[in-house]
Design a protein around this ligand. Structure first.
Ligand SMILES: Nc1ncnc2c1ncn2[C@@H]1O[C@H](COP(=O)(O)OP(=O)(O)OP(=O)(O)O)[C@@H](O)[C@H]1O
Ligand SMILES: [Mg+2]
Length: 308
Protein backbone atom coordinates (compact mmCIF):
# COMPACT_ATOMS: atom_id res chain seq x y z
CA UNK A 1 0.00 0.00 0.00
CA UNK A 2 1.28 3.48 -0.83
CA UNK A 3 2.08 5.37 2.37
CA UNK A 4 -0.17 8.34 3.11
CA UNK A 5 0.90 11.84 2.27
CA UNK A 6 0.88 14.65 4.82
CA UNK A 7 0.27 18.07 3.34
CA UNK A 8 1.43 21.05 5.38
CA UNK A 9 1.77 24.76 4.61
CA UNK A 10 5.19 25.69 3.28
CA UNK A 11 7.45 28.09 5.11
CA UNK A 12 6.90 31.38 3.23
CA UNK A 13 10.66 32.02 3.52
CA UNK A 14 11.72 28.53 2.39
CA UNK A 15 8.97 27.17 0.12
CA UNK A 16 10.30 23.59 0.05
CA UNK A 17 10.19 23.30 3.84
CA UNK A 18 7.21 23.05 6.17
CA UNK A 19 6.10 26.19 7.96
CA UNK A 20 7.86 26.13 11.37
CA UNK A 21 4.47 25.86 13.13
CA UNK A 22 3.89 22.45 11.48
CA UNK A 23 7.51 21.27 11.23
CA UNK A 24 7.28 18.83 14.12
CA UNK A 25 4.16 17.21 12.63
CA UNK A 26 5.97 16.90 9.28
CA UNK A 27 8.97 15.30 11.01
CA UNK A 28 6.73 12.86 12.87
CA UNK A 29 5.08 11.90 9.56
CA UNK A 30 8.46 11.15 7.95
CA UNK A 31 9.41 8.97 10.93
CA UNK A 32 6.18 7.01 10.38
CA UNK A 33 7.09 6.45 6.74
CA UNK A 34 4.66 9.00 5.28
CA UNK A 35 5.55 11.28 2.43
CA UNK A 36 5.29 15.01 3.10
CA UNK A 37 4.31 17.77 0.68
CA UNK A 38 4.44 21.51 1.28
CA UNK A 39 1.68 23.70 -0.13
CA UNK A 40 1.70 27.43 -0.77
CA UNK A 41 -1.04 28.71 1.52
CA UNK A 42 -0.92 32.29 0.20
CA UNK A 43 -1.30 31.05 -3.36
CA UNK A 44 -4.25 28.92 -2.28
CA UNK A 45 -5.95 31.94 -0.70
CA UNK A 46 -5.16 33.99 -3.79
CA UNK A 47 -7.20 31.49 -5.84
CA UNK A 48 -4.45 29.61 -7.67
CA UNK A 49 -4.74 26.08 -6.28
CA UNK A 50 -2.69 24.59 -9.13
CA UNK A 51 0.28 26.76 -8.20
CA UNK A 52 -0.33 26.17 -4.49
CA UNK A 53 0.14 22.41 -4.86
CA UNK A 54 2.89 22.42 -7.50
CA UNK A 55 5.50 20.99 -5.11
CA UNK A 56 3.27 18.15 -3.89
CA UNK A 57 4.46 14.71 -5.06
CA UNK A 58 2.22 13.13 -7.73
CA UNK A 59 0.99 9.57 -7.49
CA UNK A 60 2.47 6.99 -9.87
CA UNK A 61 0.43 6.49 -13.07
CA UNK A 62 -2.93 4.78 -12.38
CA UNK A 63 -2.34 4.93 -8.61
CA UNK A 64 -3.87 7.22 -6.01
CA UNK A 65 -2.20 8.54 -2.91
CA UNK A 66 -4.34 9.34 0.13
CA UNK A 67 -3.50 12.66 1.73
CA UNK A 68 -4.30 14.32 5.04
CA UNK A 69 -3.76 18.01 5.52
CA UNK A 70 -2.48 19.58 8.74
CA UNK A 71 -2.26 23.31 8.54
CA UNK A 72 -3.82 26.76 8.68
CA UNK A 73 -7.55 27.02 8.17
CA UNK A 74 -8.59 27.10 4.53
CA UNK A 75 -11.82 28.81 3.41
CA UNK A 76 -14.30 26.27 2.04
CA UNK A 77 -14.18 27.54 -1.56
CA UNK A 78 -10.37 27.41 -1.55
CA UNK A 79 -10.52 23.90 -0.06
CA UNK A 80 -12.71 22.82 -2.98
CA UNK A 81 -10.12 24.10 -5.45
CA UNK A 82 -7.34 22.55 -3.35
CA UNK A 83 -8.83 19.02 -3.44
CA UNK A 84 -9.64 19.34 -7.15
CA UNK A 85 -6.08 20.45 -8.01
CA UNK A 86 -4.66 17.54 -6.01
CA UNK A 87 -7.00 15.06 -7.69
CA UNK A 88 -5.39 15.91 -11.04
CA UNK A 89 -2.09 14.69 -9.54
CA UNK A 90 -3.59 11.42 -8.30
CA UNK A 91 -3.74 12.72 -4.74
CA UNK A 92 -7.01 12.11 -2.94
CA UNK A 93 -7.54 14.21 0.17
CA UNK A 94 -9.24 11.96 2.73
CA UNK A 95 -11.75 14.67 3.66
CA UNK A 96 -13.72 15.86 0.65
CA UNK A 97 -14.90 19.46 0.43
CA UNK A 98 -18.52 18.77 1.45
CA UNK A 99 -17.31 16.94 4.54
CA UNK A 100 -14.86 19.75 5.28
CA UNK A 101 -17.60 22.37 5.09
CA UNK A 102 -19.83 20.35 7.39
CA UNK A 103 -17.19 19.97 10.10
CA UNK A 104 -15.57 23.39 9.70
CA UNK A 105 -18.49 25.85 9.56
CA UNK A 106 -21.06 26.15 12.33
CA UNK A 107 -24.13 25.86 10.08
CA UNK A 108 -22.70 22.54 8.82
CA UNK A 109 -22.50 20.85 12.22
CA UNK A 110 -24.99 22.76 14.37
CA UNK A 111 -28.04 20.65 13.51
CA UNK A 112 -26.33 17.45 14.66
CA UNK A 113 -25.41 19.03 18.00
CA UNK A 114 -28.58 21.04 18.72
CA UNK A 115 -29.41 20.74 22.41
CA UNK A 116 -25.74 20.09 23.28
CA UNK A 117 -24.30 23.42 22.16
CA UNK A 118 -25.42 27.01 22.87
CA UNK A 119 -28.50 27.98 20.82
CA UNK A 120 -27.34 29.74 17.68
CA UNK A 121 -28.63 31.55 14.61
CA UNK A 122 -26.75 32.68 11.52
CA UNK A 123 -26.89 34.83 8.45
CA UNK A 124 -24.75 34.39 5.31
CA UNK A 125 -22.69 37.55 4.95
CA UNK A 126 -20.33 39.14 2.47
CA UNK A 127 -16.97 40.25 3.89
CA UNK A 128 -16.70 44.00 4.27
CA UNK A 129 -20.43 44.80 4.05
CA UNK A 130 -21.61 46.76 7.09
CA UNK A 131 -24.69 45.21 8.72
CA UNK A 132 -27.77 47.33 9.38
CA UNK A 133 -30.06 47.10 12.41
CA UNK A 134 -32.61 45.32 10.24
CA UNK A 135 -30.06 42.63 9.32
CA UNK A 136 -29.05 42.15 12.94
CA UNK A 137 -32.66 42.11 14.21
CA UNK A 138 -33.40 39.28 11.74
CA UNK A 139 -30.29 37.42 12.91
CA UNK A 140 -30.96 37.59 16.64
CA UNK A 141 -34.79 37.38 16.70
CA UNK A 142 -34.89 33.57 17.16
CA UNK A 143 -32.60 33.81 20.21
CA UNK A 144 -34.71 36.15 22.38
CA UNK A 145 -33.02 38.26 25.04
CA UNK A 146 -30.07 37.77 27.39
CA UNK A 147 -26.31 37.75 26.88
CA UNK A 148 -24.76 36.31 23.73
CA UNK A 149 -21.65 36.05 21.62
CA UNK A 150 -21.13 36.77 17.94
CA UNK A 151 -18.59 35.24 15.57
CA UNK A 152 -18.33 34.23 11.93
CA UNK A 153 -19.05 30.68 10.72
CA UNK A 154 -15.62 29.60 11.97
CA UNK A 155 -13.84 32.12 14.20
CA UNK A 156 -14.59 34.67 16.87
CA UNK A 157 -12.77 37.84 17.87
CA UNK A 158 -12.48 36.49 21.40
CA UNK A 159 -9.44 38.68 22.08
CA UNK A 160 -11.63 41.73 21.42
CA UNK A 161 -14.28 40.27 23.71
CA UNK A 162 -16.25 43.40 24.68
CA UNK A 163 -15.76 45.15 21.39
CA UNK A 164 -16.50 42.41 18.85
CA UNK A 165 -17.60 39.20 20.55
CA UNK A 166 -19.70 39.43 23.73
CA UNK A 167 -23.10 41.16 23.75
CA UNK A 168 -24.83 41.85 27.10
CA UNK A 169 -28.32 41.55 25.60
CA UNK A 170 -29.21 39.91 22.29
CA UNK A 171 -32.46 41.90 22.23
CA UNK A 172 -30.61 45.24 22.28
CA UNK A 173 -30.49 45.55 18.51
CA UNK A 174 -28.56 48.84 18.46
CA UNK A 175 -25.80 47.50 20.70
CA UNK A 176 -25.59 44.13 18.92
CA UNK A 177 -25.39 45.93 15.58
CA UNK A 178 -22.34 47.86 16.82
CA UNK A 179 -20.64 44.65 17.98
CA UNK A 180 -21.43 42.76 14.77
CA UNK A 181 -20.24 45.72 12.67
CA UNK A 182 -16.96 45.70 14.57
CA UNK A 183 -16.65 41.91 14.10
CA UNK A 184 -17.17 42.30 10.35
CA UNK A 185 -14.69 45.17 10.24
CA UNK A 186 -11.99 43.31 12.18
CA UNK A 187 -12.43 40.06 10.23
CA UNK A 188 -12.06 42.02 6.98
CA UNK A 189 -11.60 39.72 3.99
CA UNK A 190 -11.09 36.76 6.37
CA UNK A 191 -14.77 36.72 7.36
CA UNK A 192 -15.76 33.06 6.93
CA UNK A 193 -19.20 32.39 5.47
CA UNK A 194 -21.41 34.63 7.54
CA UNK A 195 -22.34 35.89 10.98
CA UNK A 196 -23.35 33.69 13.89
CA UNK A 197 -25.07 34.79 17.10
CA UNK A 198 -25.12 32.42 20.07
CA UNK A 199 -26.69 32.52 23.49
CA UNK A 200 -24.07 32.99 26.19
CA UNK A 201 -23.72 30.20 28.75
CA UNK A 202 -21.64 30.27 31.96
CA UNK A 203 -18.78 27.81 31.95
CA UNK A 204 -16.36 26.73 34.65
CA UNK A 205 -13.32 28.95 34.17
CA UNK A 206 -9.63 28.87 35.04
CA UNK A 207 -7.79 31.57 37.05
CA UNK A 208 -7.56 33.74 33.92
CA UNK A 209 -11.34 33.61 33.45
CA UNK A 210 -11.22 31.34 30.37
CA UNK A 211 -13.69 28.50 29.92
CA UNK A 212 -11.87 25.24 30.70
CA UNK A 213 -12.09 23.45 27.37
CA UNK A 214 -11.07 19.94 26.41
CA UNK A 215 -10.37 19.27 22.74
CA UNK A 216 -11.47 15.78 21.76
CA UNK A 217 -9.94 14.39 18.56
CA UNK A 218 -12.09 11.94 16.61
CA UNK A 219 -11.00 9.63 13.80
CA UNK A 220 -13.62 7.58 11.96
CA UNK A 221 -16.12 8.27 14.75
CA UNK A 222 -13.96 7.24 17.71
CA UNK A 223 -12.49 9.59 20.32
CA UNK A 224 -8.80 8.84 19.90
CA UNK A 225 -7.24 11.63 21.95
CA UNK A 226 -8.31 14.26 24.48
CA UNK A 227 -6.03 17.28 24.72
CA UNK A 228 -6.14 20.70 26.25
CA UNK A 229 -7.35 23.60 24.13
CA UNK A 230 -4.22 25.07 22.44
CA UNK A 231 -4.82 28.43 24.21
CA UNK A 232 -4.34 26.73 27.57
CA UNK A 233 -1.92 23.87 26.84
CA UNK A 234 -1.22 23.10 30.50
CA UNK A 235 -4.87 22.63 31.50
CA UNK A 236 -6.04 19.04 31.57
CA UNK A 237 -9.74 18.38 31.59
CA UNK A 238 -11.13 14.88 32.02
CA UNK A 239 -14.25 14.22 29.96
CA UNK A 240 -16.60 11.49 31.30
CA UNK A 241 -17.12 8.43 29.07
CA UNK A 242 -20.88 9.02 29.01
CA UNK A 243 -20.30 12.46 27.48
CA UNK A 244 -18.00 11.01 24.81
CA UNK A 245 -20.59 8.34 23.99
CA UNK A 246 -23.25 10.98 23.56
CA UNK A 247 -21.06 13.10 21.27
CA UNK A 248 -20.14 10.00 19.27
CA UNK A 249 -23.85 9.62 18.50
CA UNK A 250 -24.02 13.19 17.11
CA UNK A 251 -20.91 12.62 15.02
CA UNK A 252 -22.44 9.68 13.18
CA UNK A 253 -24.10 12.17 10.86
CA UNK A 254 -20.93 14.20 10.23
CA UNK A 255 -19.16 12.82 7.19
CA UNK A 256 -15.67 14.21 7.87
CA UNK A 257 -13.42 11.35 9.02
CA UNK A 258 -11.18 13.54 11.21
CA UNK A 259 -12.91 15.98 13.55
CA UNK A 260 -12.35 17.85 16.80
CA UNK A 261 -14.94 18.89 19.37
CA UNK A 262 -14.16 21.50 22.03
CA UNK A 263 -16.10 20.64 25.17
CA UNK A 264 -16.59 22.57 28.40
CA UNK A 265 -18.53 21.98 31.56
CA UNK A 266 -21.16 24.56 32.37
CA UNK A 267 -21.41 25.95 35.89
CA UNK A 268 -24.43 23.71 36.46
CA UNK A 269 -22.26 20.68 35.63
CA UNK A 270 -23.69 19.98 32.15
CA UNK A 271 -21.11 19.30 29.42
CA UNK A 272 -21.51 21.43 26.30
CA UNK A 273 -20.00 21.48 22.84
CA UNK A 274 -18.42 24.90 22.31
CA UNK A 275 -17.47 24.18 18.76
CA UNK A 276 -16.74 21.47 16.23
CA UNK A 277 -13.87 21.65 13.78
CA UNK A 278 -12.26 19.73 10.96
CA UNK A 279 -9.30 17.93 12.54
CA UNK A 280 -7.01 18.92 9.69
CA UNK A 281 -7.14 22.59 10.69
CA UNK A 282 -7.48 22.25 14.48
CA UNK A 283 -4.36 23.37 16.25
CA UNK A 284 -2.58 20.76 18.34
CA UNK A 285 -1.44 22.06 21.75
CA UNK A 286 2.33 22.48 21.91
CA UNK A 287 2.42 20.02 24.81
CA UNK A 288 1.23 17.10 22.64
CA UNK A 289 3.43 14.59 20.86
CA UNK A 290 2.60 15.09 17.14
CA UNK A 291 2.97 11.43 16.13
CA UNK A 292 -0.05 10.22 18.12
CA UNK A 293 -2.74 11.45 15.75
CA UNK A 294 -0.74 10.60 12.64
CA UNK A 295 -0.32 7.01 13.81
CA UNK A 296 -4.08 6.73 14.19
CA UNK A 297 -4.70 8.33 10.79
CA UNK A 298 -2.35 5.77 9.24
CA UNK A 299 -4.70 3.04 10.43
CA UNK A 300 -7.90 4.91 9.57
CA UNK A 301 -10.06 3.22 7.01
CA UNK A 302 -9.71 4.57 3.51
CA UNK A 303 -12.22 7.29 2.66
CA UNK A 304 -15.54 5.96 1.38
CA UNK A 305 -16.94 8.87 -0.56
CA UNK A 306 -14.38 10.78 -2.56
CA UNK A 307 -16.54 13.04 -4.63
CA UNK A 308 -15.82 16.76 -4.42
N1 LIG B 1 -22.02 30.56 23.79
C1 LIG B 1 -21.00 30.86 24.57
N2 LIG B 1 -21.16 31.12 25.89
C2 LIG B 1 -20.11 31.45 26.67
N3 LIG B 1 -18.84 31.55 26.23
C3 LIG B 1 -18.61 31.30 24.94
C4 LIG B 1 -19.66 30.94 24.04
N4 LIG B 1 -19.14 30.76 22.82
C5 LIG B 1 -17.82 31.00 22.94
N5 LIG B 1 -17.49 31.32 24.21
C6 LIG B 1 -16.15 31.67 24.72
O1 LIG B 1 -15.44 32.32 23.69
C7 LIG B 1 -14.29 31.56 23.29
C8 LIG B 1 -14.15 31.60 21.79
O2 LIG B 1 -15.27 30.99 21.18
P1 LIG B 1 -15.10 29.95 20.01
O3 LIG B 1 -14.30 28.79 20.48
O4 LIG B 1 -16.45 29.67 19.49
O5 LIG B 1 -14.31 30.83 18.97
P2 LIG B 1 -12.99 30.60 18.16
O6 LIG B 1 -12.52 31.92 17.74
O7 LIG B 1 -13.30 29.61 17.14
O8 LIG B 1 -11.93 29.99 19.12
P3 LIG B 1 -10.76 28.92 18.85
O9 LIG B 1 -10.76 28.49 17.43
O10 LIG B 1 -9.55 29.62 19.25
O11 LIG B 1 -11.15 27.82 19.77
C9 LIG B 1 -14.54 30.16 23.83
O12 LIG B 1 -13.33 29.56 24.10
C10 LIG B 1 -15.36 30.44 25.08
O13 LIG B 1 -14.51 30.77 26.18
MG1 LIG C 1 -12.88 27.75 20.11
Amino acid sequence: MTPPLLLVPADPLAPRSPDPHFAREAEAALVLGWRVGAIDHDMLLAGDAGAAVRRVPSAAAEATMVAWYRGWMIPVEAYERFTAALATRGVQVATNSDAYRQAHELPGWYGQFAGRTPASAWLPWKAGRTPSRTDVAALTAPLGSGPGVVKDYVKSRKHEWHEACFVPDLADVAAVTRTVARLVELQGSDLAGGIVARRFESFATDEAGRAREARVWWVAGSPVLVTAHPDTPSTTVRVPETVLDDIAGCLRRISAPFVTTDLAQRNDGVWRVIEVGDGQVSDLPASEEPGTILRILTQAEQPRDTTG
